[in-house]
Design a protein around this ligand. Sequence first.
Ligand code: 1CP
Length: 344
Amino acid sequence: MKNSLFIKATLSEETERPPVWMMRQAGRFMPEYWEIKNKYSFLEMCKTPEIAADVTMLPVDLLGIDAAILFSDILVTGEAMGGKLSFEQGVGPKFSNPIENSRDVDALEVNCLDNLRYVADAIKVIQERLAKLGDKQIPLIGFAGAPFTVMSYLVEGGSSKDFKKTKLFMNNQPAVAHKLLEKIADVTVDYLNMQIAAGVNAIQIFDSWALALSWDDYKDFSHYYIKNIISRLNRVVPVISFCKGSSVFAPLMAEAKPDVVSIDWNADIRNVKQSLPQGMAIQGNLDPFVLYADKKVIKEKVLRIIERMRGEKGFIFNLGHGIMPDIPFDNVKYAVELIKEFRY
Ligand code: 1CP
């Protein structure tokens, strides 16, 4: 993978253009995804290595992106621990046995890697497919949810707008919340090390809902566990830390010592990059809503970010959050092609 632009950028080596991939690139905005999705449930897709590989390869083949991301979900760790997980059309993820108290936390399994073996199997199949691309050297990114974000689904029983139950849980039963976060962190370390052993070329940790937290709560209930996880990973591949709320939390994200900090779209990416320790790369940060717009606007806003990073090593182009399901495929492809044609 030495020649992969993506890997070079994670190592803060010089690249002739920024590498590009997009969060949620293997998903619902692609008609080809629906051809598969109409035949299987989401969890069947994740748990059948050949199907997970087919979906992982869609954006590689159809968009020509510079990195693939494993087709799975951040909530499979919660399921492996004992959460009863389902994904319903138009509803999103559901845990039908939400966590309410200490007893519920005690009941969760920590030695549950056997329940996640299908992910290692999928990684092997995907790597066989990527190897067939020959010189192209497309790396595979593995991932997991950060403990706070996974906890929010386990406690809310699904998605939430205000994280009311999660915050009540943290405020009224902090010791129980910490016990839960510690269990999720332990599982996440085993899970990510399993992915690394199975052959992923990079790891991303998603803390999608960190922006709901105050500085102190982010520090105690999120950052502490991310830092702990990163310190226990087998660091043979680069580690990317993403959160929404990164304009505020970037200094703490950096303090957890990932190789790459992945930011949302609020901040000036150059300013954040320059605030990071020497040699720590940055990923971001186009507002995904730009991809709904006219091509002229897409071009202007994509190039503005690339130009802003001129002269900075260690930059991976990405969105500030995932692609929405109804963004036109053509627009996404246009943005990827623009970035791939660019030369500094
Ligand atoms: O590119 C890819 O699509 C790779 C696979 C991937 C990843 C990295 C999926 C597939 N999910 C995720 C991560 C994930 N899942 C995150 C972190 C990233 C982010 O914030 O975008 C989160 C918060 C989830 C939880 C989740 N799973 C949601 C969000 C719901 C909410 O609370 O807003 C949804 C809709 C899912 C289901 C899901 N996961 C992935 C897909 C393609 C889908 C849709 C399933 C379907 O087609 O019905």
